[in-house]
Design a protein around this ligand. Sequence first.
Ligand code: AMP
Ligand code: GLY
Length: 418
Amino acid sequence: MRVLVIGSGAREHALCVALSSDPAVTALACAPGNAGTRGIAEPAGVDAADPAAVAALATSWRADLVVVGPEVPLVAGAADAVRDAGIACFGPSEQAAQIEGSKSFAKHVMAAAGVPTARSWPVGGAAELETALDEAGAPYVVKDDGLAAGKGVVVTDDRDAAVAHGHRVLDAGGAVLVEEYLDGPEVSLFAVTDGTTVLPLLPAQDAKRRDDGDAGPNTGGMGAYAPLPWAPPGLVDEVLATVLQPTVDEMRRRGEPFAGLLYAGLALTARGIRVVEFNARFGDPETQVVLPLLETPLAGLLHAAATGTLADHPPLRWRDGAAVTVVVAAPGYPERPRTGDPVTGADAEGVLHAGTTVDAEGTVRSAGGRVLAVTAVGEDLAAARQRAYERVAGVRLADAHWRTDIALAAVEGRITPG
Ligand code: AMP
Ligand code: GLY
């Protein structure tokens, strides 16, 4: 099977690592890719946000399967364009990707499917914003309704800051959603689905805030670990029964079947499981810890989802142990990351590339806010964590920053689900 991965982050590097170890994969390409994916996948140039360009590359490269990593191409219709070209594609249609692309669409689907989520107040204009905030109460949760690369949400006790964020989104022409605050630890649970059959993967947790102790601004994700030693028994079965399967069934009922990766972002609150958000793709950085634990060959699994044959797929197999990934970020991330700095030590084992390029002299240079996702597997979470930080010590990027507490609260038994 010739497999083409679309995207250029550490999630795509992790996908390439897993796909390259599947004996069914005879050729692998990653477009546009990064300095890390070049080591295991043929590089190819593409404007990932242009569905016609993605489909043209898939055709000229003679792909048997295209795996679309990021949300932007999916929301733009890349999966439809690839399928229209007669090539199997792992990724939802433009319509179905609205479950991530529009938070209000996701709310409608959840309401129809009876899926538990935060109460929400759609805000059409400035006049409604303050009424909605006062009804919801503090802590205030103010969201950009559309795609915002993980930076569209503000959670704050400061009413002025909540109002200011709402105005920023409205002034930029966006729509705002005010939400009830959800308390309790967060879980990311991914499911592979062909639109009917749903296979959940291992639960993971990511660290969204920039600084240790969950301080600082929200980011795309500063690290992750899997599985969750503190998760209540039966968590995955419960989420499958109350969230994932009803959502997939409702999308099919609407005539917009969701086939691909359904990512449920959950809060385990005192009142039960609540959906914080859905994404239409593998999470980043959670993928970097989930895939190294998967023993089932990945290409066969994704191909089955892409071709509607997941019901015939054998149960997933997982290796024992745990995985931890630590994101090494550029100075200035997330606000104004500095790029173009040399990166060394990045070809070591477990070092996934998030934002890197190779210059004309062959030097690896930073090319994004999140530069590396340094990953390790261990017999338990403590061992994986220790190994991941040892590997972080081996990479060099001037003025880089990273969190030193990824998976620490879980290792120390300090997380209790609501
Ligand atoms: P989202 O883009 O919807 O995933 O939100 C980004 C992050 O903001 C989430 O991972 C949570 O940490 C936080 N968040 C979003 N919605 C809520 C909520 N209703 N209550 C508390 N925290 C939230
Ligand atoms: N880790 C959060 C995301 O992928 O959206």
